[in-house]
Design a binder for this molecule. Structure first.
Ligand code: SF4
Length: 701
């Protein structure tokens, strides 16, 4: 913190939005944030995007929750709550902290006594700090006695992590995005970094400007394609066809690295066998990319000295999302494009702390550092450490928890900073589930769509009001510092988790957030040599680090993989269709995603003045040709319909969207795209198919 002329203070912190994790300088005057600038951090080198620079005023919104709330006895729960414009005090009454915490913990304890831990579940948040994630999963595991704990990683990269754990033994990126500048060939597939990771995108553009090959592969055209040597707009849902065709060429033309495979890789023979029928000539029609281009891309990737792959939700959010990632892993393994600078595998993480929250164990199958809850030795270590017998079975995932509520198995939930009423697929089904719960505690900074369903609402702290660590997509553990005091009676999230834990009978004695970090780090080999004091001192440390006084390792897998036999494992993938394909009734493909100006469910960015002014309304976008074909006009209010619901949106023409498709961002609660999406899951990562379902559009009745 330093005093600067005209500001009361300027605080060094990190951006609260995307996984790039830009380092910031936050200027404060009269207890208000007045300016945010980039710092010269490893991830951003002074740069910020529009969200990081102008999206800060949600923190000071008059809509912030400032007092605990308890649901009124005469306010029935309903899935159809229309919160827009409603007065919260018609549904809730203000309460003291004592009453609210007693009510929150009391409801959970009663359900625990009556039905056991399996009747409870918790959703944490990738927007919270590592310490909050660690405490939350510990509360659910130790206090509720269940592994029913998850967060929004399930909705973004769960399938990537499933494939990476299986293939290379680690869910983290093998190289930072900055290494694009060291690569000769960069593949960006199923990601729109200029929208969703804008500062990372500047490295990709710079690499292209330096003459490196940039291959952008996406069903929707995008800005980055203007900088690309190869731009492939392929047919949605045919990722495996396209990727297996590339692998086919590499094998057929013997462009693979035989020495690397012999020393480091298992499963090559099975892969050879699998891709025999995936020649570019056979796949061209399937994926919509001509055979010559597929061959050129395969040769460019394989023959380059250093090639690196970046991917996003376009790969992961499919019922075949794990298979898509398996193909990318196979590409890297057979060419030896991993474990060296400028090479590797990098799933671009979406939220500021989705990497850290997953690392900290905020997922139903793993303790911190991806140690299986079903491994008796590991579980024994945690039972000794926490002094409690723990659930030996993996818990339910986000969408499975919603289904389990409908089936009457889960009766109570604690939700911290997550907004499933907006983020889950088949939103009506998700909202019905929230309304069915006997007891719901929501801890958040706004009365979100989810919080409207709560029995108790706990007002919490925003990123700008708390101290904690966050891990970005590059594996950089970074410190976020408080800039303002929480408004009104709002409290720190970690203190609220501790308050609930004590009320359900746990003897937790943390004095400071650094105590939580120290406990967490003591159980996480990934954080070895990265003490709280070091992160505070250096601001950002990449893991793993070999010594306290040595920088962390930017590149991993330099010497084999953290698998049982030290080898990378290829799992060949078959081409499977999406779960729901267009037909006569629903002839279009609906795909969903984000906008540059809005972040996820919009709870924060829609309350940020500049961002809201740029993108104020719920939209659906289509190609002008398709708009004409449907007899519609840009600017019309249309109905987008799927088998799960109907949503109104303003129609916008966008040449990036292919014929036969409609795109909707999922951040607008007046046009909730997730009322339409398909909840069918990838069988391995349990991620829903947000990127593809059958739809139709109509003029508003
Ligand atoms: Fe924030 Fe991401 Fe933008 Fe950087 S790129 S300023 S981390 S939203």
């Amino acid at each position: 913190t330093r005093a600067v002329q005209s500001f009361d203070k300027v605080v060094a912190s990190v951006c609260p939005f995307c996984g790039v994790g830009c380092q910031t300088e936050v200027a404060v005057k009269d207890n208000k944030i007045v300016q945010v600038d980039g710092r010269n951090g490893y991830a951003n080198e002074n740069r910020l995007c529009v969200k990081g620079r102008f999206g800060y005023d949600y923190v000071m919104s008059p809509e912030r929750l400032t007092k605990p709330l308890i649901r009124r006895d005469d306010a029935p729960k309903s899935a159809d709550i229309d919160m827009r414009g409603a007065d919260p005090l018609t549904v809730f009454r203000e309460a003291t902290w004592e009453e609210a915490l007693d009510r929150a913990a009391g409801g959970l304890t009663s359900l625990l006594k009556a039905h056991g831990g399996k009747a409870l579940a918790g959703f944490g948040s990738a927007k919270g700090s590592n310490e909050e994630a660690y405490l939350f999963q510990k509360l659910v595991r130790q206090g509720f006695g269940t592994n029913n704990v998850d967060h929004c990683t399930r909705l973004c990269h769960a399938s990537s992590v499933a494939a990476l754990m299986e293939g290379v033994g680690s869910g983290a990126v093998s190289a930072p995005f900055n290494d694009a500048l060291k690569a000769d060939c960069i593949i960006v597939i199923g990601a729109r970094p200029t929208t969703n990771h804008p500062v990372a995108a500047t490295y990709f553009k710079q690499a292209a400007k330096n003459g490196k090959k940039l291959i952008v592969i996406d069903p929707r055209r995008q800005d980055l394609m203007r900088h690309a040597s190869h731009a492939l707009e392929f047919k949605p849902g045919t990722d495996v066809a396209l990727l297996n065709a590339l692998i086919h060429v590499i094998i057929e033309e013997k462009l693979y690295d035989e020495q690397y495979i012999q020393a480091n890789v298992s499963g090559f023979e099975a892969l050879k066998d699998k891709v025999k029928d995936f020649s570019p000539e056979a796949m061209a029609e399937v994926c919509g990319i001509d055979a010559a281009t597929l061959r050129d891309v395969a040769r460019t990737y394989a023959k380059s000295e250093r090639s690196i792959i970046f991917w996003g939700m376009g790969i992961s959010q499919h019922t075949h999302g794990t298979d898509n990632s398996r193909c990318l892993i196979a590409l890297a393994l057979i060419t030896g494009h991993v474990g060296r600078p400028g090479t590797g595998l990098h799933p671009l993480r979406g939220q500021n702390n989705v990497q850290g929250a997953s690392d900290a164990g905020l997922i139903p199958m793993y303790f911190p550092d991806y140690k299986s809850v079903e491994n008796a030795d590991i579980r024994g270590q945690y039972e000794n450490f926490w002094g409690q017998t723990l659930d030996p079975k993996r818990g339910l995932t986000v969408v499975e928890i919603v289904d389990a509520i409908h089936e009457g198995e889960i009766k109570g939930m604690y939700i911290m900073g997550e907004n499933p009423a907006m983020s889950d697929p088949d939103q009506s089904h998700a909202r019905q589930a929230l309304a069915m719960l006997d007891h719901l505690v929501v801890q958040d900074i706004f009365l979100t769509e989810t919080a409207w369903h709560a029995d108790v609402v706990l007002p919490a702290s925003s990123h700008a009001e708390k101290l904690g660590t966050y891990t970005n997509t590059n594996r950089q553990v970074q410190i976020g510092r408080p800039v303002l005091d929480p408004p009104g009676e709002a409290r720190q999230d970690w203190e609220l988790i501790v308050a609930i834990a004590k009320r359900i009978g746990l003897d937790w004695k943390y004095q400071h957030v650094s105590d939580v970090y120290a406990e967490m780090a003591s159980m996480m080999p990934s954080l070895r040599n990265i003490s709280w004091e070091r992160v505070e001192r250096e601001g950002s440390v990449i893991y793993p680090a070999d010594a306290e006084d040595k920088p962390g390792n930017e590149i991993i897998f330099t010497d084999g993989f953290p698998t049982a036999d030290g080898r990378g494992r290829i799992t060949p993938a078959d081409l499977l269709p999406p779960a729901e394909v267009p037909d006569e009734q629903y002839p279009l493909i609906l795909t969903t995603g984000r906008l540059l100006e809005h972040w996820h469910t919009g709870a924060m960015t829609r309350r940020a003045g500049v961002l809201h002014a740029i993108e104020p309304y719920g939209i659906a976008t289509m190609n002008p040709r398709e708009i004409a074909r449907q007899g519609l006009t840009q600017g019309d209010v249309i109905e987008v319909q799927t088998r799960r619901g109907t949503v109104e949106a303003i129609l916008r023409a966008d040449r990036d969207v292919a014929d036969g498709m409609v795109f909707m961002p999922f951040c607008f609660n007046e046009s909730p795209a997730n009322e339409l999406t398909n909840p069918m899951l990838d069988p391995f990562g349990k991620i829903p198919e947000f990127k593809y379902c059958a739809a139709r559009v109509l003029p508003t009745a």
